[in-house]
Design a protein around this ligand. Structure first.
Ligand code: HGY
Ligand code: MN
Ligand code: MN
Length: 413
């Protein structure tokens, strides 16, 4: 019997796969751009499927494009599952999501090479549209998988480019036959970069993620009147860009005022007609509010709602809001968190409990099985940016802790 402590991932091989997947959809400025169900996403999926097949995994695809590589266990039990996403934001780095998928494949390769068959089957998952940049909400694939959204509703989603989720999934050839959720995991663990500054500032311990903050995404449309920028007196204007500017400042100032874990972001704004000498008739703005406390998050949403009413009165603009995503804070399974901490301790690796500021597929899996996450430091806390980096030794350590955790959850420690 091979002892778990003698099993170590090959950090160089992992980094090589990260580089190769990172090259798919790479832009001139170094960004990884693999928006969900684009050709770049398809190429990334094809590459990961080829690696799964090389590793002897059975590849399954479900009706919303979630992709699974399955490895038999000694016993026919519910599998221990790991994985993440390989879709990116348009200005992504090469570690966000991909690390969780490729570390899962690395763990499988080590077990293959050492002839280890785990008691439980293992599954490595690639969930669709985690980023939610093209189609909202984010984490669509894992949300459907966990029973949080019907398949038909997901397939009917319309993207920011007016494409339809189901049509694009068909187009890239990843509309699979399997019903989402058909594989019910015994447990789920996701390895992910922190994407924030905490671990990096604290000198590089790993993170055992015990909870995850709530997310509120909405679109606000402000409608005024297009008119001549030179001839229209200020008192006669209904300037949608001015309303959007007031809204952007309000969201930022509200988060500052509430303090604590509250964050607020206006990430996108589109003006029409967007011309230098025309008063904008329309502004479409997105608002991202997050907090670890559900009550405080609801309070922030209520403050935004009353601000928008006042803004409409003061400016004469017509305002319309549309909810894009709303997920409450999630507490991960304490037992699974402890298994992660014990795996790190067995490797002599310091680890500290923390919250995920980012939305994650694990938050959806937590609805159907004991789930938790492992974080590795992000250099400078940078993410959703081509400068996203993690030191190779942390990538290796994260993958080793993941491997040990999978063995422990499978009953092979
Ligand atoms: O927005 C998020 O938190 C995640 O990256 N989808
Ligand atoms: Mn991610
Ligand atoms: Mn992300």
């Amino acid at each position: 019997m091979t002892h778990p402590e003698s099993l170590h991932c090959d950090g160089k091989r992992l980094l090589d796969r990260l580089d190769r997947l990172g090259a798919v959809g790479r832009l001139e400025d170094g960004s990884c751009c693999r928006l969900a169900f684009t050709d770049a996403d398809r190429q990334g999926r094809d590459l990961v499927v080829s690696w799964m097949q090389e590793l002897g995994l059975e590849v399954r695809v479900d009706q919303v494009g979630n992709l699974f590589g399955l490895r038999r266990g000694r016993e026919d039990l519910a599998p221990v599952m790991t994985g993440s996403h390989i879709d990116t934001v348009a200005t992504g780095g090469q570690y966000d999501g991909s690390l969780g998928v490729l570390a899962g494949l690395e763990a499988v390769q080590v077990l293959n090479e050492r002839g280890v068959v785990t008691r439980r089957p293992l599954a490595v998952a690639v969930f669709s549209n985690e980023e939610g940049v093209r189609f909202q909400p984010d984490m669509t694939g894992s949300l459907v998988y966990a029973g949080g959204m019907p398949v038909a509703q997901a397939l009917a989603l319309i993207g920011i480019d007016q494409s339809r989720f189901g049509a694009e999934l068909e187009r890239i050839g990843y509309a699979g036959p399997m019903a989402p959720g058909a594989i019910v995991p015994h447990a789920f663990v996701e390895l992910h970069i922190e994407q924030g500054p905490i671990l990096d500032q604290e000198g590089g311990a790993l993170g055992a993620v015990a909870d995850l903050q709530g997310i509120s995404w909405q679109e606000v449309v402000l409608r005024g009147s297009a008119n001549h920028a030179g001839t229209t007196p200020m008192r006669l204007r209904r300037d949608a860009a001015y309303g959007a500017a007031r809204l952007i400042c309000f969201v930022h100032d509200l988060a500052q005022e509430l303090g604590g874990a509250q964050v607020g972001t206006v990430g996108s704004i589109r003006l029409q007609p967007n011309l230098i000498n025309v008063i904008p008739r329309e502004a479409v703005v997105t608002v991202d509010l997050r907090n670890t406390d559900e009550g405080l998050l609801r309070g922030a949403e209520a403050r935004l709602e009353s601000f928008l009413r006042e803004l409409a009165d003061q400016t004469g603009l017509e305002l319309a809001t549309r909810r894009l995503a709303r997920f409450e804070p999630v507490r991960f399974d304490p037992g699974t968190v402890r298994v992660i901490e014990q795996a790190a301790a067995a490797l002599g690796q310091p680890i500290r409990r923390m919250t995920s500021g980012a939305g994650q597929d694990a938050q959806m899996l937590a609805r159907i099985c004991p789930s938790a996450m492992i974080f590795v430091p992000s250099i400078g806390g940078i993410s959703h940016n081509p400068q996203e980096r993690t030191e190779p030794r942390h990538l290796q350590l994260g993958a080793d802790v993941l491997l040990r955790t999978l063995l422990a959850l499978s009953g092979d420690d």
